[in-house]
Design a protein. Structure first.
Length: 76
């Protein structure tokens, strides 16, 4: 089962309300995405911590409905 990019964006914004989220469907299958997320909540965090914050916001959908998500995170 695939996940819509609008749902991914909503889940991320629920956890990181200030985030600027840009998502692209990489191959048009609603299963392989890239995302660039900018948030002040990333300030002072390592890239690993930032990515964990994003994966946590997806509430277990990563690896299930969402097969692949290439992340770029940025501090605002």
């Amino acid at each position: 089962m695939a996940i819509d990019l609008k749902e991914i964006e909503a889940l991320i914004k629920e956890a990181l309300p200030d985030a600027k989220v840009e998502i692209k469907d990489l191959v048009g299958d609603s299963n392989h995405y890239s995302a660039t997320i900018t948030s002040v909540k990333f300030s002072g965090k390592s890239k690993i911590e930032q990515h964990k914050m994003v994966y946590s916001s997806l509430k277990g959908k990563m690896g299930n409905e969402l097969h692949a998500l290439a992340l770029t995170t940025k501090e605002q």
